[in-house]
Design a protein around this ligand. Structure first.
Ligand code: PLP
Length: 406
């Protein structure tokens, strides 16, 4: 961190975590080195015992990981204070993917017999981890409607094996939101560890630490990287001792480490986070208004429209409503496929949060193999289109949508 206080979010994006390169390179070079050398056995011992700061082995740490970990931790804590009024501090651990970071989170805190409580409409990979992998280890996920606070409280109260609360808001792909202040308050009341997937919002739009969350998590593959150049995940914890201890141990031993090149790309991507998010959100609002008034389009799910059921929660806890939306084509499956085929500038792809607008048709792509009745219970109907609005000139996005819809 620079000595001069960084007072603006974009300054933190650009400078936090950077240390002067010994050879005066402007950017931290990519440290493509699996191991680090010592001057002496004595120095090796000091490094291993933690008496001396330094690098040992790239599965554990590297200058490229450290830079981006400090940057993301500073962004998630930006402008926040701890219980004593001092600037809030947190520690982050970079992983090879979002799923890798989630594995560290759950395996650090949960053991056989423990349960994690969460809500409907999670990212599909997280839901599968809950349904297929954690049960093999004797860990159970209790999934409920967390919009219903009373019901959530009574489930937690009646089951002392629930140890963790896991929230994703806005959630992928439905954009449903849950009330961070109320739910994290509940987690504290019952002594649960609380963790929030902040991938869709980024720290620019929403800071779960401001509501007291213990952990914040990101698939950095999305808006943080911003350019679709690398897969990654990061886990940020406000208990720095636990991050240095149990979390770091799980991270090292699971082997879900990132690599210096991906970390370098992520560092550069984050530098423009505020600029990109402002533009993403501005474009998304225009696109949502356009789609909302279009004759071929039925329902538009966008958190900036008052018709979204979670408009009020989002307005309370997010700076802007984000850049993700989904909408229903009146003509069903055939209309969905035709629309997707006609796109000329917007890209047909899954993933999200890149500079380019990405559009996917879940019924013919990501959920092609899921029986119709089942996917419809998740809200994924035949004509549903999911869109990650990019930062292109908005008229070009609108023109492309218009010609594809006509
Ligand atoms: N959480 C959310 C909200 C996601 O959208 C994704 C991926 O799409 C993940 C977690 C998993 O991240 P990754 O694909 O980087 O492993």
């Amino acid at each position: 961190m620079k000595q001069v206080p960084l007072t603006g979010f974009s300054s933190v994006c650009a400078h936090a975590g950077h240390t002067q390169d010994p050879l005066y390179a402007h950017l931290t070079p990519i440290y493509a080195s699996s191991t680090y050398v010592y001057d002496s056995a004595e120095q090796g011992m000091r490094r291993f015992s933690g008496q001396e700061d330094g690098f040992i082995y790239s599965r554990w740490d590297s200058p490229n990981f450290r830079e981006v970990e400090e940057k993301v931790a500073a962004l998630e804590c930006f402008g926040l204070s701890d219980a004593n009024g001092a600037p809030l501090r947190a520690k982050a651990k970079l992983h090879a993917s979002g799923m890798g970071a989630l594995s560290t989170l759950f395996l650090t805190h949960l053991k056989a017999g423990d349960k994690v409580i969460s809500h409907y409409s999670l990212y599909g990979g997280t839901e599968e981890l809950f349904r297929k992998i954690l049960p093999q280890l004797g860990i159970e996920a209790v999934i409920t409607d967390m919009q219903d606070l009373e019901k959530t409280a009574s489930i937690i109260e009646s089951d002392p094996s629930i140890r963790m609360m896991y929230l994703e808001t806005p959630a992928n792909p439905t954009l449903r939101c849950v009330d961070l202040e109320a739910l994290i308050g509940l987690a504290k009341r019952f002594n649960l560890v609380s963790a929030v997937d902040n991938t869709f919002a980024t720290p620019y739009l929403q800071q779960p630490f401001s509501f007291g969350a213990d952990y914040v998590f990101h698939s950095t593959t999305k808006f943080l990287n911003g350019h679709g150049t690398a897969i990654g995940g990061i886990l940020i914890g406000r208990d720095e001792e636990r991050m240095r201890g149990a979390v770091e141990k799980t991270h090292r031993l699971l082997g879900a480490n990132s690599n210096p090149f991906d970390a370098f790309l992520l560092t550069q991507g984050i530098k423009t986070l505020e600029l990109r998010m402002e533009r993403h959100c501005h474009n998304a609002m225009e696109v949502a208004g356009f789609l909302d008034g279009h004759a071929a389009v039925g329902r538009v799910n966008y958190l900036g429209l008052t018709s979204h059921p979670d408009f009020e929660i989002a307005a309370r806890q997010m700076k802007h409503p984000g850049a993700m939306m989904s909408f229903e084509l009146k003509g069903g499956l055939e209309a969905g496929k035709r629309f997707i085929d006609r796109l000329q500038m917007c890209l047909r792809a899954v993933s999200l949060g890149t500079t380019e607008t990405l559009i996917c048709h879940p019924a013919s792509m990501t959920h092609y193999g899921v029986p119709k009745e089942l996917r419809e219970t998740y809200g994924i109907t035949d004509g549903l289109i999911r869109m990650s609005v990019g930062i292109e000139t908005v008229n070009d996005i609108l023109n492309d949508l218009d010609q594809a819809l006509s």
